[in-house]
Design a protein around this ligand. Structure first.
Ligand SMILES: *[C@@H]1O[C@H](CO)[C@@H](O)[C@H](O)[C@H]1NC(C)=O
Ligand SMILES: *[C@@H]1O[C@H](CO)[C@@H](O)[C@H](O)[C@H]1NC(C)=O
Ligand SMILES: *[C@@H]1O[C@H](CO)[C@@H](O)[C@H](O)[C@H]1NC(C)=O
Ligand SMILES: *[C@@H]1O[C@H](CO)[C@@H](O)[C@H](O)[C@H]1NC(C)=O
Ligand SMILES: *[C@@H]1O[C@H](CO)[C@@H](O)[C@H](O)[C@H]1NC(C)=O
Ligand SMILES: *[C@@H]1O[C@H](CO)[C@@H](O)[C@H](O)[C@H]1NC(C)=O
Ligand SMILES: *[C@@H]1O[C@H](CO)[C@@H](O)[C@H](O)[C@H]1NC(C)=O
Ligand SMILES: *[C@@H]1O[C@H](CO)[C@@H](O)[C@H](O)[C@H]1NC(C)=O
Ligand SMILES: *[C@@H]1O[C@H](CO)[C@@H](O)[C@H](O)[C@H]1NC(C)=O
Ligand SMILES: *[C@@H]1O[C@H](CO)[C@@H](O)[C@H](O)[C@H]1NC(C)=O
Ligand SMILES: *[C@@H]1O[C@H](CO)[C@@H](O)[C@H](O)[C@H]1NC(C)=O
Length: 364
């Protein structure tokens, strides 16, 4: 009898320990247009705390400023900026749709170190953003126990390029924290519970688990970027900024500005493919971001319209700001109304004048 009881106790303890280990939910985001590419964001948390430079290196992010912009951190933040234990940092990366699913487009690439196991790479190094079978599959690793130090692994992060409700969005892989509700997350990121549930294929909001990676669509600002621009579609999520046109233009998205992308010339960083930035003017003394006229409802501004290998395009455009000025009585996140009212900003007709300004080109 004693032995049976002992065995039962041991069994119970083992079962309990087993249930304490986080059960990983595999995140796959729907991405319907095969071969579509776009920018996405994913949370990264380190239980011991880390630095932005570590995150930049781990995820192969080209420029530190890309991480700063994704997190709305001041532009002069340095790489050794310390990130607290379990503090979520949004990591920007390129996404590509394939066969109904979005995956980071062959980045990040992780070099296996001596003693690494696939499970730890997935759950610890990459904070559970992927599962080890996912890494195994995309890298054609037949035996998970046989990986070789020095070999490189593509870590397939979940993402999507789909529009949501007919709107351009940036898909953000949000790591659920314990105690979070779907409704709370929806309110925080300007969306609705129903939309999050359907997008993530969740039927019961109570089934949400800490550590789960949720597809959260962040509203992207509207812009005048041409469809033949190298950065088209320039999707900048609400409450983030980016540098584009080889670092020559900084654009930020702020829902307080009627969700119209606000761009300006930038000399903060050395241009990446040009020795100097080409012209960022609509006309003499009228630069990207300058407003020429403004009345109660309408303003005319010199807008960023994209770039090519040689030049930066601008356009004079009228913006209607009436909707933003109108007093808004609705509480933020007060239920279903906020998603259906995600406004479609009506643009006044565009000015015909599109100024392509070609400057002396010093490629490379
Ligand atoms: C996607 O791209 C691949 C490689 O370029 C190509 O072979 C394939 O036909 C494309 N599929 C679609 C649906 O465009
Ligand atoms: C960050 O780096 C700068 C120099 O690059 C150094 O002066 C500063 O002390 C460092 N800060 C921390 C917190 O390590
Ligand atoms: C595409 O996805 C379906 C299931 O969603 C799967 O059955 C099929 O094998 C996949 N095709 C490829 C080429 O991966
Ligand atoms: C995956 O690896 C196996 C064995 O190493 C090989 O036979 C197979 O062709 C590989 N498949 C791909 C798609 O690389
Ligand atoms: C934009 O982000 C701000 C700050 O995070 C938030 O307060 C606001 O609700 C968001 N607006 C939309 C439309 O998502
Ligand atoms: C690009 O935009 C122009 C008008 O601005 C339009 O005529 C053209 O069809 C668009 N091309 C694509 C591929 O969407
Ligand atoms: C955008 O909004 C900010 C803060 O609300 C304001 O300071 C700025 O002037 C606005 N920019 C434009 C171009 O309206
Ligand atoms: C026009 O834009 C330039 C560059 O951003 C800025 O330096 C200048 O102050 C702006 N002028 C006006 C009148 O807003
Ligand atoms: C703003 O522009 C629209 C058309 O572009 C016009 O119908 C409207 O009257 C203008 N509003 C004001 C206050 O000028
Ligand atoms: C843009 O706005 C200006 C004044 O605000 C107006 O004179 C002009 O007609 C507008 N252009 C278009 C295309 O609506
Ligand atoms: C800007 O660059 C594009 C592509 O290189 C070229 O087609 C266009 O003519 C240029 N614009 C001007 C004004 O030269």
């Amino acid at each position: 009898m004693g032995l049976v009881k002992f065995a039962t106790t041991i069994f119970t303890v083992i079962t309990l320990l087993g249930s304490l280990a986080p059960s990983q939910i595999e995140a796959t985001f729907k991405c319907s247009t095969t071969n579509a590419t776009c920018h996405s964001l994913v949370d990264y948390k380190n239980p011991k705390g880390t630095t932005l430079r570590y995150i930049q290196t781990l995820f192969n992010v080209k420029h530190l400023q890309d991480i700063l912009g994704a997190n709305n951190l001041p532009t002069n933040t340095i790489g050794n900026y310390s990130v607290g234990p379990n503090e979520a940092i949004k990591v920007p990366f390129p996404c590509k749709c394939n066969n109904g699913t979005g995956l980071s487009n062959h980045v990040p690439v992780y070099t296996i170190k001596a003693g690494d196991g696939l499970y730890d790479i997935a759950t610890t190094t990459f904070a559970g953003l992927v599962t080890f079978p996912q890494i195994q599959e995309v890298n054609n690793v037949t035996d998970a126990n046989k990986i070789t130090a020095g070999d490189k692994l593509w870590i397939p992060l979940p993402c999507s390029c789909d529009e949501v409700g007919g709107e351009s969005v940036v898909h953000y892989g949000h790591i659920v924290e314990s105690g979070n509700s779907v409704e709370g997350i929806a309110n925080k990121y300007g969306t609705t519970q129903q939309l999050l549930l359907s997008l993530n294929g969740i039927s019961d909001p109570k089934s949400l688990q800490a550590g789960q990676v949720l597809d959260v669509p962040l509203k992207a600002c509207s812009s005048n970027v041409r469809n033949d621009s190298l950065d088209f579609p320039l999707l900048v999520a609400n409450a983030t900024y980016i540098y584009t046109a080889n670092n020559c233009v900084k654009c930020k998205c702020d829902s307080s500005n009627n969700s119209i992308l606000q761009c300006e010339p930038s000399s903060q960083f050395k241009p990446t493919k040009w020795s100097i930035c080409p012209s960022t003017q609509c006309s003499s003394n009228l630069f990207i971001g300058n407003i020429t006229s403004m009345d109660s409802c309408n303003s005319t501004a010199c807008d960023y319209a994209g770039y090519t290998s040689k030049n930066i395009s601008t356009v004079l455009a009228n913006h209607s700001t009436c909707a933003a000025v109108a007093p808004s009585g609705s509480e933020p996140g007060s239920g279903a109304s906020s998603s259906s009212t995600l406004q479609v900003w009506v643009w006044s007709k565009l000015f015909i004048l599109i100024h392509f300004i070609l400057f002396s080109v010093y490629l490379f």
